[in-house]
Design a protein around this ligand. Sequence first.
Ligand code: PBG
Length: 322
Amino acid sequence: MDQRRLRNNKHIRELTREHRVHREQLIQPLFVVEGLKDRETIPGLTDVYRDTSETLARQVESDLEKGVSKFLLFGVPATKQTRDFDNTFVAAEISKLKKRFGSSIFLGVDVCLCSHTTHGQCGILNHEGDHVENDATVVELAKAATAFAAAGADCVAPSDMMDGRVKAIRESVDKAGFDRTVLMSYSAKFNSKFYGPFRAAADSAPKGDVKLKDRATYQIDSANIEDALASSRRDAVEGADILMVKPGLAYLDVLARLSSEIKKPWAVYEVSGEFASVELMAREGLMDRVGAHLECWTAFKRAGASMIITYGARHAREWLKE
Ligand code: PBG
């Protein structure tokens, strides 16, 4: 016997375990939807909701009781626009949460325009409707991030994939006096089919009578690890404090390589489609639910992530048997 001696019982396996998921390094996504009467469930994402302004605070309260204190908020405004976006709804939700919960929560806020636009694209379209205008979009993103920082967000997280947005956001947020606001960049975000349940929840799927039908012209092609590396290096230089790979499971090689080449804190986003895959298989009796979720989280740690954004954060205490 050589390798099996250290697998022989629970004790020796615990003593020799190389990687471990820590509950305090999990981030729970939250959705808040303007004008919603009652909160709604999200197909595939068990125990995650499209919250109303009122139910959001109750959700955070119950999460705090379960030992969850880090959040990533997605705001979905009622009015859809094509330019000159209005950030008052999301900013008001941030300031309400921070007034109520203060420093007992760490509130990250997603910065993107896809939940704000009539067409579901992540920015401002050109006149022909076949292209997202980079620089005009960056101006709007910086405006939104600054409004969120001013409202009390602990962290702003741009997920749009425009070029130059990290620099513009950092400058604008600093200029407004919020130089302690953390910037987490979705630096290696791929054009993925695993965002399905999220787009239903955030009302952000590409739609409408415009030529552009997908996000292939701004999100990274799933074949391209060199692009992911260059984009992440660039974001680090532009001032991102935390970098991210998204999705997780299908891009573990990217996470492993980028986190070893760029010495920054790395986040991984276990996106809606990957979380839902486990939920749906477990529901069909094809998989051990908790064991499979923990296996995915452990893989993210092994590949080099410090923090994991996951729809299951609020179950971690129970699942990790702490
Ligand atoms: C917004 C955004 C997306 C996700 C996070 N921010 C979706 C997209 O790019 O269409 C996906 C998260 C998930 O699937 O859980 N741009």
